[in-house]
Design a protein around this ligand. Structure first.
Ligand SMILES: *[C@@H]1O[C@H](CO)[C@@H](O)[C@H](O)[C@H]1NC(C)=O
Ligand SMILES: *[C@@H]1O[C@H](CO)[C@@H](O)[C@H](O)[C@H]1NC(C)=O
Ligand SMILES: *[C@@H]1O[C@H](CO)[C@@H](O)[C@H](O)[C@H]1NC(C)=O
Ligand SMILES: *[C@@H]1O[C@H](CO)[C@@H](O)[C@H](O)[C@H]1NC(C)=O
Ligand SMILES: *[C@@H]1O[C@H](CO)[C@@H](O)[C@H](O)[C@H]1NC(C)=O
Ligand SMILES: *[C@@H]1O[C@H](CO)[C@@H](O)[C@H](O)[C@H]1NC(C)=O
Length: 769
């Protein structure tokens, strides 16, 4: 416990020293207050101790993972027992996936009265699922997939009022799915019973789980029909019933599944027609109906499914022409094995004149299709024409942008408050000003609290978050940052705000809800936040595996040079992100450092920590200004004024550009002067080439040399001691783009797909000027 000292510099990457890594969960952090110096004081209760002993006894443990479960249990709740998490002396989680465990699960698990999560997936555990699990009132997550469990699913599980996730997939379970399974749970959101030997029908009662988002019963021996009541599950995103012996027809009512994105009914015995109502599932991205006995035509309504990326109706008994739009989007392997189906490939032409099945204009043998030899050339010509048109459009757009920026630059002091979108250029990924839908609020797990999601690629519950494995990444003035690994293996970055520095709850929520709507390719997106019952605050961001610019530049090996275009791209990205904050969000960063510039998979800059000052009290913020100064990014006037401005942000940006040029960290000692002073003194002595990172000088002949010099000039302009002399970020961005036009405007990248070109085109039209 004593070794648990945390580093205090925001820059120190914990990863460097394996010994410092602290793996824990947020639940432990929240429930066991950090003010308690040692966890050893909390002794496990007798019932839980005996429950764990019995649990260990019934398992086999060839790798000795459970050897730490020894002695009198003093260490059980202090982190000494592998895989055990406690709260107030009671076991709340057992997490032992991939541990080579065998044997069976004991009914004594029922003694762990506070258990919330049992995660034993990917072991070799056999025997039956203990029915005592159904008597654990707090059980939220039951992850027993990829084991050797057999016997039936205990009907008692229907009593688990709090159950959110149940995954028994890939075992040897038999018998039928108990109709009680969704009896009382209002919160179940994931039910996966796939890859077992379950038989019987799909219980109608599943429709009683209103929150269910993922339902997979695939690859069992289920029979009977699909209950029409399933159409009531409006939160459902995935429905997978493939690989069973389900009969009857596809219910019309499935069009009630408004959020459905995956529908897999393939490999069953379904008959009847494909209901036209499937065309109403506007979010559908994957539709697999292959290997059934479906009859009739492919409904024309399916062409409305604009998000569809996978479609398969092969090996059925379908007939008639395939709607032209579908046959254009999907190749013949999506349609084969339907003897009477036609129009999906040149080798299966429809008899002409085609039977007029519907008045829709989907006449299958379209002209492009019929003249195939010449068609290819036509298509190329058409595509070239479209590309040219898009490029021209893009040029106009960029020109407009530049002109607009020039105009704007002349009246740079008058900023439209928070208005307008897409002022800057568009890069890969997130589009500026992209509207984020309504935030979804979930009451947060065990101890009360509240989880609010904005958007983002991952779905998790408050308990998923609280039980996520948390590995400390760094500590800053506002709090500690963790890399959190969710049960499904996805990772997010979680910032736990320090206590007593944030504003009161209502003000905090107003501000954080505004922050959660900000989206720009060069800004780290806030995806969710959690408010604990005692005022604890967690902010959830995208996880950036490449880490910070500071680490990227200063903590790399000698054999990993960073070339000039990469550095320039980072500088431009940072300038773009800052420009969006200043001009579109009317927001000062206040603490821009290379540790706060993160790098995504493609080494694009993503500014983090923006807007956090709005969540904090004034006292906390003046503290940040004080510490930021110590890092060498603080504009000189801050020592007197104590108020950040766009000009102090530009100063910090200038330091970052100097850092990119020189390869030196502003934290390094340079005989008593800071980085800007050091660079300025060398430039004054006309030893300018000495300031550049040696790596950059290797290929500095010709144009690169000029680019380096011009960028250096610009950076020195940004770090001018007089705030009035510094440019606005708009000018910095513009000059960077003039210095390296091939990286400007994300132009090359944006032109590569029409979608992004359209997004770029949408920029100026929504701008306020
Ligand atoms: C219990 O196990 C831990 C880890 O294996 C070991 O360090 C400790 O000495 C053991 N304690 C007892 C009392 O056996
Ligand atoms: C499960 O069913 C499959 C075929 O349906 C069979 O091959 C397999 O042996 C069964 N497994 C068990 C453990 O019953
Ligand atoms: C269900 O489990 C199977 C096997 O473990 C897995 O491949 C699948 O992705 C899971 N589906 C859902 C919806 O969770
Ligand atoms: C397809 O339907 C026809 C009549 O509609 C029937 O004769 C034939 O057996 C069916 N084929 C299959 C594979 O079900
Ligand atoms: C058809 O498309 C699928 C993916 O959509 C692809 O994997 C497959 O190779 C394609 N087949 C043919 C014959 O083009
Ligand atoms: C559609 O399903 C059939 C049968 O399962 C399969 O052979 C074919 O590859 C699938 N086509 C696509 C595009 O996935």
């Amino acid at each position: 416990m004593e070794g648990r000292s945390l580093p205090h510099s925001p820059q120190s990457p914990m990863r460097e020293n394996g010994k410092l890594l602290l793996v824990t969960t947020f639940l432990m952090l929240l429930i066991i207050s950090p003010s308690i110096a040692s966890w050893d004081g909390i002794i496990i209760g007798q019932a839980d101790y005996q429950g764990l002993q019995a649990f260990k006894h019934s398992l086999s443990d060839p790798r000795g993972v459970l050897r730490s479960w020894n002695g009198t249990g003093v260490g059980a709740c202090s982190g000494a027992w592998a895989g055990i998490k406690c709260a107030r002396g009671q076991v709340i989680a057992i997490q032992l996936p991939w541990r080579g465990l065998g044997g069976t699960l004991t009914e004594s698990v029922g003694q762990l009265a506070a258990l919330r999560k049992l995660s034993l997936h990917d072991n070799a555990i056999g025997g039956q699922v203990p029915s005592a699990l159904g008597f654990l009132p707090s059980l939220r997550g039951l992850y027993l997939f990829n084991n050797r469990l057999s016997g039936a699913i205990p009907p008692s599980l229907g009593r688990c009022l709090s159950l959110q996730a149940l995954d028994f997939s890939n075992n040897f379970l038999t018998g039928s799915i108990p109709s009680s399974i969704t009896n009382s749970t209002r919160r179940l959101y994931r039910l996966n019973l796939s890859y077992n030997n379950l038989s019987g029908g799909i219980p109608d009662s599943i429709a009683r789980a209103p929150a269910i988002a993922f339902l997979s019963l695939a690859h069992n021996n289920l029979s009977g029909t699909i209950p029409g009541s399933l159409g009531r599950l409006s939160m459902l995103r995935t429905l997978d019933l493939s690989g069973n012996s389900i009969t009857g027809s596809v219910p019309e009512s499935l069009d009630g599944l408004r959020n459905l994105s995956v529908l897999s009914l393939n490999d069953n015995l379904l008959g009847g027609g494909i209901p036209a109502s499937i065309g109403n599932l506007s979010r559908l991205s994957r539709l697999d109906l292959s290997d059934n006995e479906l009859r009739g035509e492919v409904p024309a309504s399916l062409v409305r499914l604009s998000n569809l990326t996978f479609f398969n109706v092969s090996n059925n008994n379908l007939s008639g022409p395939v709607p032209a739009l579908l046959s254009r989007r999907f190749n013949s392997s999506s349609f084969r094995g339907n003897i009477l189906l036609c129009g999906f490939s040149p080798s299966a032409p429809c008899p002409s004149p085609p039977p007029p099945p519907s008045p829709s204009p989907n006449l299958p043998p379209s002209p492009i299709r019929r003249r195939r030899g010449l068609g290819t050339r036509d298509i190329i010509l058409i595509a070239a024409g479209i590309t040219l048109a898009l490029l021209l459009l893009l040029c106009c757009v960029l020109l407009c942008c530049v002109v607009r920026k020039r105009t704007a630059a002349s009246k740079q002091q008058t900023k439209a408050a928070g208005g307008g979108g897409g002022g800057g250029a568009v890069g890969r990924g997130e589009k500026p000003g992209t509207a984020v839908g309504e935030a979804t609020v979930e009451s947060g797990g065990d101890a009360g609290g509240k989880l609010v999601h904005f958007d983002g690629p991952f779905l998790f519950t408050a308990d998923d978050l609280l039980c996520a494995t948390a590995e400390i990444m760094g500590k800053s003035t506002y709090g500690t940052v963790y890399k959190a690994t969710l049960e499904d293996g996805n990772q997010v970055a979680v910032k736990r705000l320090r206590e007593k520095i944030a504003k009161g709850q209502r003000e905090f929520e107003t501000e954080v809800n505004a922050l959660g709507k900000i989206r720009h390719p060069n800004l780290l997106a806030l995806r969710a936040y959690y408010l604990g019952p005692k005022g604890e605050k967690l902010l959830v961001f995208d996880y950036m595996p490449k880490g910070s610019l500071a680490a990227f530049l200063h903590a790399r090996g000698p054999d990993t040079p960073i070339d000039w275009p990469t550095r320039m791209n980072i500088a431009m990205g940072t300038a773009r992100g800052l420009h969006y904050l200043h001009n579109d969000m009317n927001m000062i960063h206040g603490n821009l450092t290379s540790a706060n510039v993160l790098l995504d998979d493609t080494t694009n800059a993503r500014i983090s920590d923006y807007g956090l000052s709005r969540l904090m009290t004034a006292a906390a913020n003046s503290n940040v200004i004080a510490t930021a100064g110590a890092l060498g990014y603080r504009a000189p006037e801050l020592s007197k004024l104590k108020k950040a401005s766009t000009k102090t942000d530009v100063y910090s940006l200038g330091v970052i550009v100097l850092e990119l040029l020189t390869g030196k960290s502003p934290g390094e000692s340079m005989s008593g002067v800071d980085l800007p002073q050091w660079v300025a003194s060398i430039v004054k002595e006309e030893w300018t080439n000495e300031v550049f990172d040696l790596e950059l000088m290797r290929d500095a002949a010709g144009t690169t040399g000029d680019e380096l010099l011009n960028t250096l000039k610009l950076a020195l302009h940004c770090v001018d001691p007089s705030p009035a002399a510094r440019p606005e970020v708009q000018q910095v961005l513009q000059q960077l783009e003039e210095i390296k036009p091939e990286l400007a405007g994300g132009g090359a990248a944006a032109a590569s797909t029409s979608e992004e070109a359209t997004a770029a085109a949408a920029g100026p039209s929504t701008a306020t000027e």
